[in-house]
Ligand binder design. Structure first.
Ligand code: GUN
Length: 280
């Protein structure tokens, strides 16, 4: 089975849109999302454009704040302070990667954790690691939703994650642990990666290596979630050799049209959740 992330994201966006309409009727307020984009990094510009389009479609007020690549850290920190204190802003996102003069840790630490729609602030990371409620990073949140469309009860499943990033690998592991999976996190220094992947009931890969995972790396009947986005000629492909793997496994996400649309839909969901938390 091929998991249709585009369709699942559409369903989620529709739910979000309905909820925003209903809250607006009662309160005359809508969520506001502020996105800070620094420099001319082309993929970042494309991602932010998509976030803007999707936000507007569901009725979120989208505020784009653009800086040139040589903006000072202080100027960005001052803007974040202003957004933290702005009642019309429910969520703040600083698009990564950042230029060298800006330290990511300073930025991530400066965002009010209750507006941190990326779930990258230490408070939200700590909440997730402790199994408490908090804001969960969008990509792993979307991945888990797709996995649960296929398999409701993940208890006792062996999940193998390729990649240990703060954006995906680490929070993905925490989420699947909360679902009572047994977790193996692998990375560039891992030995015998193929053998480890072969033990996976659920395999999540986010490393950015085209066609890394081949047919003889996956177990029959497993669930494969491909977070990779790689350019191959004029095509975008994932980390998994999709054509040869798809007939061996129970379910697999395509690239594009798998995890990507769900990530953005989860950003909208996080923004709505931050907005609702402020209403009460
Ligand atoms: N750059 C690539 N993915 C992301 C993301 O999920 N959030 C932010 N802030 N930047 C990114």
């Amino acid at each position: 089975m091929i998991i249709d992330g585009k369709k699942e994201a559409e369903v989620l966006r529709e739910e979000i849109k309905k909820e925003i309409i209903s809250i607006k009727k009662k309160t005359n307020r809508v969520p506001g999302l502020a996105v800070i984009l620094i420099g001319e990094h082309i993929p970042s510009q494309i991602y932010v454009k998509n976030k803007e389009k999707n936000s507007k479609e569901v009725g979120i007020n989208f505020n784009l704040i653009k800086y040139s690549h040589d903006v000072s850290q202080e100027e960005v920190l001052n803007k974040i302070k202003e957004l933290n204190n702005d009642n019309s802003i429910s969520g703040i996102l600083v698009q990564l990667p950042l230029p060298d003069q800006i330290r990511q840790v300073r930025i991530v630490n400066s965002i009010d954790p209750s507006k941190d729609v990326d779930g990258f602030s230490p408070i939200n990371v700590g909440n997730l690691a402790s199994g408490y409620n908090g804001i969960v990073p969008c990509t792993p949140k979307g991945c888990l939703m797709l996995i649960k469309k296929i398999e409701k009860n993940l208890s006792g499943k062996h999940a193998v994650i390729i990649g240990r990033s703060n954006l995906n690998g680490k929070p993905m592991a925490q989420l699947l642990l909360k679902e009572n999976c047994t977790i193996t996190i692998t990375h560039s220094k891992t030995k015998n990666l193929k053998e480890k992947c072969l033990k996976a009931d659920i395999l999540v890969t986010a490393v950015g290596v085209a066609n890394l995972v081949k047919k003889d790396w996956v177990k029959d009947g497993s669930i494969i979630i491909d977070v990779g986005i790689n350019k191959q000629g004029d095509k975008i492909v994932g980390d998994v050799s999709f054509e040869e793997v798809k007939n061996k496994v129970k379910a697999i996400t395509p690239v594009p049209g798998g995890v990507g649309p769900m990530t953005i839909a989860c950003l909208l969901k996080n923004t709505l959740e931050c907005f609702k938390a402020r209403l009460t």
